[in-house]
Design a protein around this ligand. Structure first.
Ligand SMILES: [Ca+2]
Ligand SMILES: [Ca+2]
Ligand SMILES: [Ca+2]
Ligand SMILES: [Ca+2]
Length: 417
């Protein structure tokens, strides 16, 4: 039996040596690793024949084959192989990265590192750094010229700038970079700092040797100005901003805002949810036993603030609707003048969760909003009293655990602990 395998391997090794230089330069997305439960060469060859596979190499000490489809246009039938009694397991030949991912942004080390590390971020970045799908920030606008944001601002693909036409027919003239519902114009420029700060935390340009790091290196920022310079806005502008985000391609809607219940905002939230959006909102900063709206609405991920020592921030509102907490004290991010500022609040915590949601969705684009939310809550580090509690929800978010949980090839269910 073993002699058969050895002979077969000798032939395979020769093949591998022959083709190795040409084929090992770049990772191959159609390569798989497989362990079989059989060891006779003829039986092994039979598996390759049955599924039109060709072995590329073999790792004898761990009994793992590297395989590819014979015809690269015909993908491997994974479900059949997984079910085949001769197969122990199969997985894609994925990528691993160097063990440390340290962004080169100069403020990362001195300012952001403690709370980003607490959230498991350098390890999570080994698994994904996000994709370019936008996060909408319904807020005070964004500093559209900020050196660490300018290259991350979402561009409306269907709109031509400054031609006085609503080219994409979405009801908004010349809305190439979002919309200003306060001024009713196409320039959602920040006049407060707040919107630049939260969008920077989630998605500032990262590893560009400049300023700060954002949680999703890939995500773009959809600026929607619904709050004025005093960081206050109307129910109607907020509702309109949520609808705009849902209609224009944002799946994540960051709502670092809160107040009283509004039927119009609830209707907008329901509309966005019906379009597949995940809405993430702040519990509020009064230190009170009340979760602000819209965070208190069903299905909205309600985010409170925690400290570097994993305690609820004294200002962080709490209550039965809270889902998770994230660091929200001494948070370093962009301001409206091309610079940076340190702010506290559940707004900052919310932006961290939005950034994490973008990382998860980049890894699992077919997930529903509820599934992304469940990854976030089920992988949070339980703090405070054991299990869900009204001060910190399911706990403090952990990007490394969240991305680790969706990195498994056979992901079937995600259960809360
Ligand atoms: Ca338009
Ligand atoms: Ca136009
Ligand atoms: Ca940067
Ligand atoms: Ca707890």
């Amino acid at each position: 039996m073993m002699r058969d395998l050895s002979r077969w391997l000798t032939a395979l090794t020769a093949l591998w040596l022959l083709i190795a230089p040409a084929t090992r330069a770049a990772p191959r997305p159609d390569e798989y690793l497989i362990r079989l439960k059989i060891d006779r060469a003829a039986e092994i060859d039979r598996v390759w024949t049955d599924y039109a596979l060709k072995p590329i190499s073999y790792l004898p000490r761990i009994n793992v084959f590297v395989i590819r489809p014979i015809d690269p246009r015909r993908p491997i039938d994974l479900s059949a192989l997984t079910a085949d009694r001769r197969v122990a397991w199969i997985e894609p030949n994925g990528l691993v990265h160097a063990t440390d991912v340290t962004p080169d942004d100069p403020w990362y080390g001195p300012q952001q590192r403690p709370y980003l590390e607490l959230m498991g971020l350098p390890p999570a970045w080994q698994l994904t750094r996000g994709d370019a799908r936008p996060i909408a920030f319904v807020d005070t606008g964004v500093d559209l010229d900020h050196p660490d944001l300018v290259n991350k601002v979402w561009r409306n693909p269907g709109e031509i700038a400054a031609n006085g036409l609503d080219d994409d027919g979405n009801g908004y003239l010349d809305d190439v970079t979002g919309w200003n519902f306060v001024g009713d114009n196409a320039v959602p420029q920040d006049d407060s700092n707040h919107g630049s700060h939260v969008s920077g935390s989630a998605a500032a340009q990262t590893d560009n040797g400049l300023g700060m790091a954002g949680i999703s290196w890939g995500a773009t920022i959809m600026p929607i100005k619904s709050l004025g310079a005093n960081a206050t806005g109307t129910f109607s502008d907020t509702a309109a901003g949520i609808v705009y985000a849902a209609d224009n391609g944002a799946r994540i809607i960051n709502l670092s805002l809160g107040g009283d219940y509004s039927a119009a905002i609830e209707a907008a939230v329901n509309y966005a949810q019906s379009r597949g959006c995940l809405l993430i909102a702040s519990t509020g900063n009064d230190g009170a036993n009340v979760v602000d709206y819209p965070a208190a609405l069903p299905g909205v991920l309600a985010v409170g603030s925690s400290s570097l020592s994993d305690q609820r921030s004294t200002f962080s509102n709490y209550g039965p609707q809270i889902d998770v907490v994230a660091p929200g004290e001494d948070i370093f991010s962009a301001n409206r003048l091309g610079g940076y500022a340190i702010l506290d609040g559940t707004s900052m915590s919310t932006a961290h969760v939005s950034g994490l949601a973008a990382l998860i969705w980049s890894k699992k684009p077919h997930f529903t909003a509820d599934e992304v939310a469940q990854v976030i809550t089920s992988t949070a580090r339980d703090i405070g009293s054991p299990g869900w509690d009204s001060f910190t929800g399911w706990g403090r978010i952990d990007a490394a655990r969240a991305l680790g949980s969706v990195n498994e090839f056979y992901l079937t269910t995600l259960l809360r602990p």
